[in-house]
Design a protein around this ligand. Sequence first.
Ligand SMILES: NC(=O)c1ccc[n+]([C@@H]2O[C@H](COP(=O)([O-])OP(=O)(O)OC[C@H]3O[C@@H](n4cnc5c(N)ncnc54)[C@H](O)[C@@H]3O)[C@@H](O)[C@H]2O)c1
Length: 296
Amino acid sequence: MAMEAVRGLELELEDCALPLLAGIVATDEPEEAFRDIDWALLIGAMPRREGMQRKDLLRANVGIFKQQGQALNKVAKKSVRVVVVGNPANTNALVAAHSAPSIPIEQFSALTRLDHNRALALTAAHLKVRVDQVRNVCIWGNHSNTQVPDLTHALWVNNSGQSESVLQALDQDGIQWIQNDFIPIVANRGAEIIKARKLSSALSAAKAIADHVRNWQFGTQGDQFVSMAVLSSGQQYGIPKGLMASVPVTISNGIWTVVPNLEIPEMIQKRINASIKELEDEREEALQFLSLIPSQ
Ligand SMILES: NC(=O)c1ccc[n+]([C@@H]2O[C@H](COP(=O)([O-])OP(=O)(O)OC[C@H]3O[C@@H](n4cnc5c(N)ncnc54)[C@H](O)[C@@H]3O)[C@@H](O)[C@H]2O)c1
């Protein structure tokens, strides 16, 4: 059944006549799919069904991402870079990384670029400027509705090409807009799209994956930053060591660096702490499940 859908995708890829598409391997065997790869985009995951407990969803996905991590460990290039999209994306990325000990854990990430792009678009619309005039928004924490879209360090480029603070450009009601509109709209946008489409975001997710990979491969521009969920060092922004948390990063020569020393307002830090707590709880449960699943 799934292979029929894969065949459909294969036909569509051929029809795109992509000049860079050198070939397609259509398979449902991870060890065949991942052999000698440079990039792994892990999109397949168990979706939450009606009546399903969060724990059951986590358990099912731990099984999937353990298997995928083990296959990457066995057959992918040791330089492979991994982007986890399937939800719960941050914790799935952690499970895959734990299951692939021969691949440096810094090469695993989870996608929060879609949330980042949503924040850019909403800010540009609010300021009535083009989206490419806005930069340095960021997303902290989990790719869930506890995520923290943050405009503290966001800039917009005026018509003379100078960068100005977004916070200063917002009117007197700016803080209310951030708390009552901006943060909840971005954080719940995925659910809004599912309600409207009866399916999760697809086109915007594909665009965000392309943005994430392009920046990781070719770097970010100047001191502009982007958001991605990566391994926390335990040294910054009150995020404990060993979580896959979304943070602002710059990227150069294929290496991401967390933007250091940003001042974080108390209101934002409190929200970050709550999202990090959720990630810690997910990690604890996931690692328990992981230890229960026999290795292959
Ligand atoms: N991080 C993000 O920003 C973001 C954005 C959009 C979607 N998502 C998530 O991406 C995932 C995919 O979204 P979708 O709309 O395509 O969902 P979907 O339910 O339509 O597709 C999920 C696919 O995963 C496949 N699958 C199930 N078990 C698998 C396994 N063991 N190995 C490989 N594939 C398996 C299913 O057959 C199905 O085709 C979901 O988890 C969704 O929540 C994340």
